[in-house]
Design a protein around this ligand. Structure first.
Ligand SMILES: *Cc1c(COP(=O)(O)O)cnc(C)c1O
Length: 208
């Protein structure tokens, strides 16, 4: 992905932070951002980044270290937990018992609310037991089915919030570029935003 200029990213980041308010953490979802381009995010003042792959996390953390706070938002294989543990303050995508047993950092359980087979995540009926068993679980995360209409995500976000409330879990990671406003209305405490935060738009292309 071609990323926008640092000043453009800074502007968008401030705008999004104002929209979501102080109580919501904006996590920059950086899976499509190259090692080099992470520098523009740093320059723009982005504080929290979420990576999807352990290899990328390792490489980017090696290079940027304490410049960012690191989250993990991708599919977490249990043999990669040891990579994530010392780097990440939060894993959003805990979805298996075998990963949970190895985990040494705070986590959110990824919940598959709709039973879509292409998605990871635990079923809603398994959440309570896992929360009980693993005290490092602080909240829940979900990825609703892809849709062009953000309103379609609202019932899923609402259901996740109700699940979290029933279990006294304070953290809710929900909402991406297209539906983060709806997610915040439904109680998100973390939003994971990629595209709209840093993808270069055609208007960024320099004209001669
Ligand atoms: C890529 C990704 C996002 C961000 O999606 P955008 O549409 O780029 O905002 C959020 N969450 C997860 C788990 C992702 O993989």
């Amino acid at each position: 992905m071609t990323v926008a200029s640092a000043s453009e990213i800074a502007e968008r980041y401030q705008r999004i932070r104002e929209e979501v308010g102080d109580g919501v953490t904006v996590v920059a979802a950086t899976k499509y951002v190259s090692l080099e381009d992470m520098g523009a995010l740093a320059e723009a003042g982005v504080e929290v980044v979420g990576e999807n792959r352990a290899q990328d996390l390792l490489a980017k953390h090696d290079r940027y270290g304490d410049v960012f706070r690191w989250h993990f938002i991708g599919h977490l294989q249990s043999n990669k937990v040891k990579v994530v543990n010392p780097i990440c303050e939060l894993v959003h995508s805990l979805a298996s018992d075998s990963a949970a047993r190895r985990l040494e950092t705070s986590a959110l359980l990824e919940v598959n609310l709709t039973g879509e087979e292409s998605k990871s995540g635990v079923g809603p009926s398994d959440v309570a037991e896992l929360v009980e068993r693993y005290p490092l679980v602080r909240g829940l995360m979900t990825m609703p089915p892809l849709t062009a209409d953000p309103e379609q995500s609202r019932p899923h976000f609402r259901r996740l919030r109700q699940l979290a409330q029933e279990l006294d879990l304070p953290a809710l990671s929900m909402g991406t570029s297209q539906d983060y406003r709806v997610a915040v209305e439904e109680g998100a405490t973390l939003v994971r935003i990629g595209e709209v935060l840093f993808r270069a738009s055609s208007s960024d292309v320099p004209r001669h």
